[in-house]
Every structure is written in structure tokens, then in C-alpha cells.
Write a protein that binds this ligand. Structure first.
Ligand code: GDP
Ligand code: MG
Length: 359
């Protein structure tokens, strides 16, 4: 399972700089609109305190964190839905991601050109969201026209949902905000509607003091409420990433950060994707596995190995805290700290999982 977040936004807002800071994948950061024509992909480890605590306690030979993919999608401009600025290709890339991190420029810098005049994150948000909505509207209307000529029950249901979608988009709402049920959405989501995807906003600032919120960022927070806004200084994060540990800690405390902005961002993206981690320990290997929150033990077993799903007998569940305190499962069993659960058990955060199976 490879889950991905797309960095979406106007050109020159700092998307590639951000991906650089986030991963080793070196996207080219240049002061030139459209410098990223092909999508750039970074694979980022999910920062995970529980995994580190388990590692310190168990000292396994190998420790594997879970990862998410971050895709740098080239800048969107006004008119993208009509094909401006390589628009349709960019929109197609957004269609493939599971969630959107909408990067907005909140930094002034005379050296960095702005495609639409001055720095104005609210206008930028409007431009990008309008383009995504128009793309969805066109695709919904096309399908609606086609489905109205079909007279099956499913087609009728699809028409009902599509009519609500068209009405909402016409009124300026995003599909994610109109309260469609999962079933309703799955009836029509072969389109991979852009405005149905979960979104958070990344306010890229020049700030060197994260104890206060710059005015432009406040404006963004007000504009997008109740969506999540992550404040970051992408350029500074690139420098942070290259510093030796001591210097990094010192700089972070100077600017008022408890953790690097990149770590904070990836945590928010992980939540945005609706994921949690569970853990396995086997053959001296400790591993974190990401799953959508609400996944049952049987499905989770299948992510580890298809045999474990096929031959599933039961899942033994312990808690991270107990493993950290008392050590491996053999020790926990003696203390009555291991629960046996069946295939329907919903995996919870902080679960350490041992699947019993027989094939
Ligand atoms: N001053 C300042 N410049 C930045 C910041 N983030 C990115 N830039 C610069 O803005 C320009 C465009 O950044 P880039 O990451 O290529 O933008 P993209 O088009 O959104 O991918 C580059 O010259 C970056 O160095 C920032 O936080 N502050
Ligand atoms: Mg770029």
C-alpha cells in the first residue's frame, strides 16, 4: 500500500524547496515557473516516538519505520482547468494522490517572482481551488449527461449524487464539504474528484520566530477554517536538515520550535491520510506498519504477509507501553498483558501485533 500526498499550489510558493527539505529526492528548486514539469516523488519516514521507544527497549537488529510518499506536483496557475500552463497534466497528477497539501506563499522576497503579482495567499488559494472545482464540475457534468440516458438503478443513484455534487460545486463548495456518505462517494468516485480529497494547508513563511503567528498566516487560518494549517519556513528547514545535531537543537530553540518543521508537517500529513501505525517484532526485526484507522486484524495481517491473512488463526495484541516496560511477548504473556483477538478486532494506535496463522 503506497499512500501519497501531493504538494499542490501556485508556482514559486516553495513546493520543491519543501520536498527537498523533506527527503533526499532532490527536486530542482529554482526561481522559474514550471521548473518542475514532471512530478517528483519523495518517500518520507513517518516520525514515530513509539517506534523509537520500542527500539530503545528491545534493541532489535533491524528497525523499519513506515513511510508515506510525497509528490511534488508542478505549479497550478489560473486557467489550468482550461489547459493553461500545462494545466491538464498537472490536474491528472493531482487525481492520483490520496490527499492534498496545498502550499501557499506567505513569504515576501523581491528575488522570487510571483506569477500573479504580489504576495497574496488568499488570492492564491482562491485561484487554485477555483481551478480544482472547475475541473470537478466539468467531469461531473459530463458524466451526469451520460448517466441520465441510462435507466438502471445504479445509474439513477449515480445521477442523484452527481446532481448534488454539481449543485455544490456551482455554489462554490468543495465535494469534501457536502457530507456525502462513503457509499455515495464510492458510487461516483471513479472520477477521483479533486475537491473530494482531504486537504491541509502549508503556510510557507520567512518566519524565524514560531512563537508568534505572522499576519498573513492568520489570514490563511481564517480563510480555510476548519482545515488544518501547518506553518513552516521551507528555506530554513533545508538549512536545519543539514546542520549537525547540536547546532540544529540550538537553532530550533532560538526560533521556538520543539521539533523540526518537516517532522511536524509529516505528522500532520499522516493524520490527514487517516493513518495509524501498528508494530510487529519478529526475527530481531521491529517494524511499524501504517493502516487506515478502522482496519481489522485480518486485513492488517494481510499487509504483513498474504499467508498470515489466508491462514489467520488469531491476533495477539500487546501495548507499546508494556513492551517498553517488560520486554518481548514471552515476558508479557507471563504477566497476562497479551490479549487474544479475532479477525474482526479493530487495530488501535499503540498496538503491538503478533499474528498466529496456519497454512
Ligand atoms: N525567502 C524565501 N524563499 C523561499 C522560501 N521557500 C522557497 N523559497 C524560494 O522560492 C523560489 C521558488 O521555490 P520552489 O521551491 O522552486 O517553488 P515551487 O515552484 O513551488 O516548487 C526558490 O528560489 C526558493 O529558494 C522561503 O521560505 N523563503
Ligand atoms: Mg517546483
Amino acid at each position: 500500500m503506497s499512500l501519497s500526498v501531493g504538494l499542490v499550489g501556485m508556482p514559486n510558493v516553495g513546493k520543491s524547496t519543501l520536498l527537498n527539505a523533506l527527503s533526499n529526492a532532490r527536486a530542482e528548486a529554482a526561481n522559474y515557473p514550471f521548473c518542475t514539469i514532471d512530478k517528483n516523488v519523495g518517500v518520507v519516514e513517518v516520525p514515530d516516538d513509539s517506534l523509537l521507544r520500542l527500539r530503545d527497549a528491545l534493541q532489535p537488529k533491524e528497525c523499519v519505520a513506515s513511510t508515506i510518499q510525497i509528490i511534488d506536483i508542478a505549479g497550478l496557475v489560473r486557467g489550468a482547468s482550461r489547459g493553461e500552463g500545462l494545466g491538464n497534466r498537472f490536474l491528472a497528477h493531482i487525481r492520483e494522490v490520496d490527499a492534498i497539501a496545498h502550499v501557499v506563499r506567505c513569504f515576501e522576497d523581491p528575488e522570487v517572482a510571483h506569477v500573479d503579482g504580489g504576495v497574496d495567499p488568499i488570492r492564491d488559494i482562491d485561484v487554485v481551488e477555483t481551478e480544482l472545482s472547475i475541473a470537478d464540475l466539468e467531469s461531473a457534468e459530463r458524466t451526469l449527461e451520460r448517466e441520465r440516458k441510462v435507466h438502471t438503478d445504479t445509474a439513477k443513484k449515480r445521477v442523484g449524487v452527481l446532481e448534488r455534487i454539481v449543485e455544490a460545486l456551482d455554489a462554490g463548495s468543495a465535494i469534501r464539504d457536502i457530507g456525502l456518505t462513503k457509499d455515495e462517494l464510492s458510487l461516483v468516485n471513479d472520477h477521483n474528484f479533486l475537491t473530494a480529497k482531504p486537504v491541509l494547508y502549508v503556510a510557507n513563511t520567512n518566519s524565524e520566530d514560531f512563537r508568534t503567528v505572522p499576519p498573513l498566516v492568520s489570514a490563511v487560518i481564517d480563510r480555510v477554517r476548519p482545515a488544518d494549517v501547518v506553518v513552516i519556513n521551507a528555506r530554513l528547514e533545508c538549512e536545519l536538515a543539514e546542520l549537525p545535531d547540536d547546532d540544529r537543537t540550538e537553532l530550533m530553540s532560538e526560533i521556538g520550535l520543539d521539533v523540526p518543521g518537516t517532522v511536524n508537517l509529516v505528522r500532520h500529513l499522516f493524520n490527514l491520510l487517516g493513518l495509524i501505525n501498528f508494530y510487529t517484532i519478529a526475527n530481531n526485526k521491529l517494524q511499524a506498519w501504517k493502516i487506515p484507522y478502522g482496519t481489522d486484524a485480518h486485513t492488517a495481517a494481510g499487509m504483513i504477509h498474504s499467508d498470515m491473512k489466508r491462514g489467520f488463526v488469531r491476533a495477539e495484541i500487546a501495548k507499546v507501553e508494556d513492551v517498553v516496560k517488560y520486554g518481548p511477548f514471552s515476558e508479557l504473556r507471563k504477566r497476562g498483558l497479551v490479549r487474544a483477538e479475532g479477525r474482526e478486532y479493530i487495530i488501535e494506535p499503540e498496538d503491538v501485533v503478533h499474528i498466529l496463522f496456519s497454512v
